[in-house]
Write a protein that binds this ligand. Structure first.
Ligand code: ATP
Length: 328
């Protein structure tokens, strides 16, 4: 480990996700373990610009591993997109003798971190925190597993009503550009159809498939729709289309919304956050910079931030096939 670094900072940026608190805790405790000071930055890059810092010790982060959201708060900062804003942030870090920054957030936050590093040669390390699982270089982002459990729980409850009333439910889940939540939670919740941004099922095929399910004895159906599904219709337009083109079902819509981002992190996310926090701090101490920590093949791995930002995650084709077979 490097003898040189004596003080690091950590912040959370962009949308919050379950497991961020657990990751902050891991960063702070790894610093304490290596006798390094750790500073928490409130409200992401906004707090960096305003100098909203607080020294954190191992005891400051007690009792938060099980809490959703982020106690450091998160923000989207317009000022950090300007050179003047970033200059202020840099001066604040210098004033406090902070020598490295751990950024917990999504690809936008990583873009900001990379720009900052390029301008000031300031060491940065990313931890992927977003429920969408849309970041290249990790099979799981922080919060994805918890969000899946939340969505599956909601589908199970909706199913009770659907089957009691012969209803067809369209359930909208998060995922503007990627269908990881829809596909995984859809399979786990026994959905009849799953509409994702990566695949265009087509409206006629959707109706055909729902009719087929009905003729084979299904009395209720659940269709999971990712926000950005490829058919391009919003969930209420989908409902109207099916209402007009299918008989015998009472069609309803449920938009799960922000409840998917909240709640206590799952065991998986707590362990992942702890591993990522340790890896992030120790990598900086080993002189690595401009990387994101991720989980690949069961191990912690570093991916250059640039690759993590530009790389595209792919939908698992095997899962798509499983979903098709399960809707038989
Ligand atoms: P989520 O996945 O929840 O959207 P995110 O990290 O992608 O999280 P963004 O709002 O895209 O969220 O980015 C967070 C912050 O990162 C922005 O508010 C901004 O301060 C900073 N940022 C993003 N892009 C840039 C950029 N090109 N230059 C400087 N800062 C940036």
């Amino acid at each position: 480990m490097s003898e040189n670094i004596k003080k690091l900072a950590v912040l959370t940026s962009g949308g919050d996700s379950p497991g961020m608190n657990a990751a902050i805790r891991a960063v702070v405790r790894t610093c304490a373990y290596h006798n390094i000071e750790c500073v928490g930055v409130y409200r992401g890059y906004e707090g960096l610009i305003e100098g909203d810092f607080e020294p954190l010790t191992a005891r400051s982060v007690k009792g938060i591993i099980n809490k959703g959201g982020t106690f450091l708060k998160s923000a989207r900062s317009k000022t950090f997109r300007t050179k003047e804003g970033r200059e202020k942030a840099y001066q604040n870090l210098k004033k406090e003798n902070i020598e490295g920054l751990v950024v917990i957030g999504g690809d936008g936050s990583f873009t900001g971190a990379l720009v900052f590093n390029t301008e000031f040669n300031f060491p940065v390390m990313g931890i992927p925190g977003t429920i969408d699982n849309d970041i290249y270089g990790t099979t799981h982002t922080l919060g994805f597993d918890t969000a899946l459990n939340t969505v599956v729980d909601a589908i199970d409850k909706i199913r009770d009503t659907a089957s009691s009333h012969n209803r067809l439910f369209f359930v909208e889940v998060m995922g503007r550009d990627v269908g990881h939540i829809a596909l995984n939670a859809g399979i786990a919740g026994g959905a009849e159809e799953i509409l994702i941004p990566e695949e265009d099922l087509g409206l006629d095929r959707l109706v055909e498939s729902l009719n087929r399910s009905k003729t084979t004895g299904k009395t209720s159906s659940i269709v999971i729709v990712a926000e950005g599904d490829k058919i391009g219709k919003n969930i209420f337009e989908l409902k109207d289309y099916v209402d007009q083109n299918m008989e015998g079902y009472d069609v309803r819509v449920s938009v799960l919304g922000h409840m998917q981002r909240g709640g206590a992190p799952s065991c998986f996310d707590r362990v992942l956050a702890s591993r990522m926090g340790v890896k992030a701090v120790e990598s900086i101490l080993e002189g690595e910079t401009n990387y994101m920590v991720g989980l690949m093949h069961g191990k912690m791995q570093l991916t250059p931030l640039e690759k993590a930002i530009k790389g595209k995650t792919k939908i698992n084709l095997e899962l798509l096939r499983v979903s098709d077979i399960m809707s038989t």
